[in-house]
Design a protein around this ligand. Structure first.
Ligand SMILES: [Fe+2]
Length: 275
């Protein structure tokens, strides 16, 4: 089945269910590369590592933009990625991304923030903050945090059109909460690097999302030393720094690139104040 996504500032993409493919309809879409995330690697983070199906979990498309916008992305040193995720279950667990943290951005003392937006479908976003073991400035988050000791977990349910700011310091996992394809975009520094060991070493995020008696249930991951209860937040204050949701993030960035300078200069904000 082909799903036609909304047109995002001239980018028309269609997605083929089961193949996680995006196609340009107007032939002027640049995609730097695509990476399939398959079962063998996902076994590092899923509840049941004996599964033999599904083979393909999701596909990440990196540096996706209309050719005519290439200079804007280059000048602002940002990357726009699109992820297409199947609606299959992995055993009893809902389909999800590996999950990762972001490394400290070169030239700053802060990990990279990120803006994600749901283009199609419904997602559960799990955010987890690890315990900081030093206030000293470090070059890598691996020297700053105890990834087995989680101090905060937030869960958000996101629907098509929702944009969301992932602040620095938070690990994040995106779960597909429906049996249909999930497509989401990410706007992030072109210098940003993802750090996976903080998740892989504990067999996934702080919580697994499983299907039990036809319901979604969050199950605490026992491989961590400490996982707190989920904090319910009605309004995510960090979202105040992006557009008002009426315009897709891609289009808003193309028209107002200066409003996204904080993505490469995260120290413009005192992130704790937004919490
Ligand atoms: Fe990320």
């Amino acid at each position: 089945m082909i799903i036609h996504l909304k047109t995002i500032n001239g980018i028309k993409i269609q997605c083929t269910e089961g193949e996680n493919k995006i196609l340009s309809l107007n032939d002027d879409l640049y995609i730097y590369k695509a990476i399939n995330r398959e079962l063998d690697q996902m076994k590092n983070v899923i509840l049941n590592d004996q599964l033999v199906y599904p083979k393909l979990f999701y596909t990440e498309y990196f540096h996706v933009y209309k050719n005519e916008h290439s200079k804007i992305f280059k000048d602002n040193n940002l990357r726009h990625d699109i992820t297409v995720m199947s609606g299959d279950l992995a055993g009893i667990e809902f389909m999800k991304t590996y999950g990762h943290y972001h490394e400290i951005l070169d030239g700053t003392n802060t990990p990279a923030p990120e803006v994600i937006e749901i283009l199609h479908g419904n997602a559960i976003l799990i955010l987890q903050k690890p315990h900081k073991i030093t206030e000293d400035k470090k070059r890598s988050i691996n020297d700053m945090y105890d990834f087995g000791d989680i101090t905060d977990v937030h869960i958000f349910k996101l629907k098509t059109g929702d944009a969301f700011v992932i602040p620095p310091h938070y690990g994040h996992i995106i779960v597909n909460q429906k049996p249909t394809v999930l497509v989401f975009s990410s706007l992030i520094s072109a210098r940003a690097k993802s750090i996976y060991n903080g998740i892989f070493n504990y067999k996934g995020g702080a919580y697994y999302v499983i299907k039990k008696n036809a319901k979604q249930v969050l199950v605490q991951n026992p491989h961590y030393k400490h996982v707190p209860k989920i904090k319910k937040v009605k309004k995510w204050a960090y979202n105040n720094i992006i557009n008002n949701k009426k315009v897709p993030t891609y289009s808003h960035f193309i028209s107002n690139p200066e409003k996204y300078s904080w993505i490469n200069n995260p120290e413009e904000f005192n992130w704790e104040q937004f919490a």
